[in-house]
Design a protein around this ligand. Structure first.
Ligand code: IPE
Ligand code: IPE
Ligand code: MG
Length: 252
């Protein structure tokens, strides 16, 4: 296992660098097919890419990285691919957890864990438990995750806690969403060329800046990340307000 020199405490975030980046890591299957390999081969390379990108983000001072690894709709894929993806969780945790923990990464997993195998559940629990007090980048892995599932589970938990209909608010619901431990994503990236959200963070993306690239996920690297950050830093985030107050004044 290659030793990493990633900072264990977050690097200072430069100007124009987002605090929270959320990524739909798409294109693994096509990447493999272009090499006449099975789709699972692409997922294996995709996992290596995640590990590199965690490091690239930490070095740029990004505090939160949220990655879409398995959607609630991905069960529709062939059995062989689904079991290959489940197996990659076990391989990934045994291969990289120690190193990520040493680098100070805090791992969180969000999604419906009731439907995954006991082994996969244990691997995710171990990753969260071992890294829970780490001071570095927070990596959230969306696994068996869907944005609609998230909104429903947040409502259910709020109701179970006794929240009354008149007490339900955006703030209360936000506190029950699966990503309550992080601010809303500043930058949303989707690789692989599709221009859609595919049931990712429906609630939390309300004001995220969107960036789409043709680059297939296994090819995503530091240069691609910098292109996305450059695009983000050139955006004017208004959150519904008017920033240029002078624009409203009548000409003299
Ligand atoms: C994204 O890559 C990874 C997962 C959905 C797990 P895909 O497997 O969707 O790759 P393409 O879109 O078929 O190329
Ligand atoms: C989104 O990609 C899910 C993940 C990257 C985990 P998909 O490949 O499943 O999305 P669609 O089917 O193209 O919308
Ligand atoms: Mg895809």
């Amino acid at each position: 296992m290659a030793a990493s020199t990633a900072p264990t405490t977050p690097a200072a975030r430069g100007p124009g660098v987002p605090r929270h980046v959320a990524i739909v890591m798409d294109g693994n299957g096509r990447w493999a097919r272009r090499r006449f390999m099975p789709r699972v081969f692409g997922h294996k390379f995709g996992m290596e890419t995640v590990v590199r990108v965690i490091d690239d983000c930490a070095r740029r001072g990004i505090e939160y990285l949220t990655v879409y690894a398995f959607s609630s709709e991905n069960w529709k894929r062939p059995d062989e691919e689904v079991s290959g993806l489940m197996n990659l969780v076990l391989v990934g945790v045994s291969k990289y957890l120690t190193r990520l923990a040493k680098d100070g990464v805090r791992i969180k997993v969000m999604g419906d864990r009731s439907a995954v195998s006991e082994k996969v559940r244990q691997a995710w629990n171990e990753a969260e438990e071992l890294t829970k007090n780490n001071p570095g980048l927070t990596l959230t892995v969306a696994f068996n995750y869907g944005g609609r599932w998230d909104i429903v589970q947040a409502c259910k938990r709020a109701l179970a806690e006794g929240v009354l209909a008149e007490e339900l608010s955006e703030e209360v619901l936000s506190r029950h969403m699966a990503l309550a431990h992080a601010p809303d994503p500043d930058l949303f990236i989707r690789t692989g060329g599709e221009v859609r959200v595919s049931n990712f963070l429906l609630w939390q993306l309300a004001y995220s800046e969107m960036y789409f690239t043709e680059c297939l996920w296994p090819d995503f690297d530091a240069a691609e990340l910098d292109k996305a950050i450059a695009a983000y830093s050139g955006r004017e985030r208004r959150f519904g307000a008017v920033l240029d107050k002078a624009a409203d004044k009548a000409p003299a």
